[in-house]
Design a protein. Sequence first.
Length: 387
Amino acid sequence: MHGMSDTDRSLEVSGLTKVYAQGGPNPGGVRDATFSLPPGAFFTLLGPSGCGKTTTLRCIAGLETPDSGTIRLGRRTFFDIGKGVDVPLNRRRIGMVFQSYAVWPHMTVFNNVAFPLRVSKTRFGHDEIKRLVMKALASVDLASFADRSATRLSGGQQQRVALARAIVLEPTLLLLDEPLSNLDASLREAMRVELKRLQEQMGVTTIYVTHDQAEALELSDSIAVMNHGKIVQLGSPDDVYFRPQDPFIASFVGSTNLFSAKALEAISAKAVGTVMAGKWTIKCSFASAAAASGNVRISIRPEAISLHPPSLSRDEALNHFTGTVTMTRFSGKSRRCSVEAAGLTIQVEAGADAQWQEGDEVLLAFSPKDTIGFPDAESSGALTSAG
């Protein structure tokens, strides 16, 4: 893109802080966000409303001025409070798409996409504008719509126009803030595939903001999970899903069973330890150390648990509960079963053709590697299912 090498497009964000309201335990904004993205990465900021993900994106774009920190794209510094550097938005060469597509109804599709070229400080000739606009429209499969009025577009087509407008200047960085949230479920799924194809085709580093964990897992090379203005875990989709670092991440990214227990021994970091939950002894994988007799929280994904007849011989390498099916719910791709086991309610995701009925006695089996333990000094109470 315009002769830039890969090193020109690596993004470094360090100590990024922007706080909107002082006081209280969780002031709005973002605090001390730090991450590094290689060229061409698809990076997602994931978290609940108000966690700071959009603030982070707006600071990178130049729409907000951080209180502190640095933002660099390759050899260019966009923001460095210590050096007094704050490059304005229109000089950062960043493409942006927001939840509201801001497609201008009085313009044709062509003129919507051409707008950034016409207001750019770089002067583009008529032929160059036509070439760049048609290239961008072809990328999103809208070349044949160039002369159509923007009022005659579906929601999915408007989203594609917004994407074409964001990439027409061949940006060094693409920022996407909940761009699919206005689409219906089936179109949103199709557009995920299209968005990933386009991003890989362009090779542009992309930062994506969403509260939808399915989007984040499907699209991303890496994910930053945010909560209360801070990045609480940064890793690959596999890491975030299978190796959550705290109970919030386990429950926010996908659904899980969370319940309280006591450590029966001192447990080292990155080791398997034994805990007691109700009357059950369970082996769990711990990322960080837990003290003997300390309170812990346990996370088990519904799909990590298998159901069997109670008479099945037990594999000593696995954890086991016995319980009673209290409810089954069919979703098409699976059957969700609620199982009562010694006062605990456990959600299990069985195959769509599973034949378990309410009242059936069952044996639950699950691996220690799929049973994640978290030290928790404040842990108390019974099992809950999140998601």
